[in-house]
Each structure stands twice: as structure tokens, then as C-alpha cells.
Ligand binder design. Structure first.
Ligand SMILES: [Zn+2]
Length: 138
């Protein structure tokens, strides 16, 4: 079981966030918090989930929750964090819109990052026990 302290420390999440924000999103991503789903009340059906906030000053913020039950490793953390950050980027640029979830803007940015930067972001996650699917927020 992974809690957020262990995830942050093991994979240097804040370092990865800063690296991705600078490299792939022009430092346009705002405040981002990271949590785990270790508490049964925070249960999420997906490998990860993101929640958005509009702050009073108009800035966009987000909280990313990692599923504590996933068997995380360097590669999966990188892929999943990037997937969620693309969602954050779409929200930052467009707010809530019809193509918000895994729409065109998400796909274009996923392809841009995968092709130009040799990453392996996926739209859906086919883990052994926990998956991302179309009708689940992730
Ligand atoms: Zn997603």
C-alpha cells in the first residue's frame, strides 16, 4: 500500500512535476497538490484522479490523487502523472468545456508529448486490477 509520503519520496513527485511543467507545459500549470487514496473514504476506482479548483484570483489549481493499491514503479508513475497533468493543462487553457475529458485537446497534447518527447502517456490504463475507462473520471 502506497501513501503519498512514500510516493513523493520514492519517485520525487515534486521534481517530476516541475520538470514536466517546464518541459511540456511552458510552466503554465499552477498550484498542484498530491494525495493518496489510502483512507477508504478517499477510494477512487481509477489508478489516479484529478480535481480542479478555480482560485479567487482566477488562477487554476488541482489536486491529483494516486491510488494507493496500485503497484507503482518509475514508469507507471511517470505515465500516470503526465496523463493527469495533461488534464490539468486542458483545464488551465480551456476551463470546463465539451472536449474536457479525453477530447481532442487532450489527445493532441498527449500525441505532442509522446511523439516529440518520446514519452509513453496512454489514454487508458490496463493494469491488472485497476483500470481507467471512458466512464470513470481520471
Ligand atoms: Zn484521464
Amino acid at each position: 500500500m502506497w501513501n503519498i509520503k512514500k510516493i513523493k519520496k520514492t519517485f520525487n513527485i515534486l521534481g517530476l512535476y516541475n520538470e514536466f511543467n517546464a518541459k511540456y507545459f511552458g510552466n503554465k500549470l499552477g498550484e498542484c497538490k498530491f494525495e493518496d487514496s489510502a483512507d477508504p473514504c478517499d477510494y477512487i476506482p481509477a489508478v489516479a484522479a484529478i480535481e480542479y479548483r478555480n482560485r479567487r484570483n482566477g488562477a487554476k489549481a488541482a489536486t491529483i490523487t494516486f491510488n494507493s493499491m496500485v503497484d507503482w514503479d518509475e514508469r507507471s508513475i511517470r505515465q500516470v502523472l503526465l496523463h493527469e497533468l495533461i488534464h490539468f493543462y486542458v483545464f488551465t487553457r480551456l476551463g470546463f468545456c465539451p472536449c474536457f475529458q479525453h477530447g481532442l485537446f487532450f489527445i493532441i497534447n498527449m500525441l505532442r508529448i509522446n511523439i516529440m518527447h518520446n514519452e509513453h502517456v496512454r489514454m487508458f490504463w490496463h493494469g491488472e486490477k485497476i483500470t481507467w475507462s471512458k466512464d470513470r473520471p481520471c
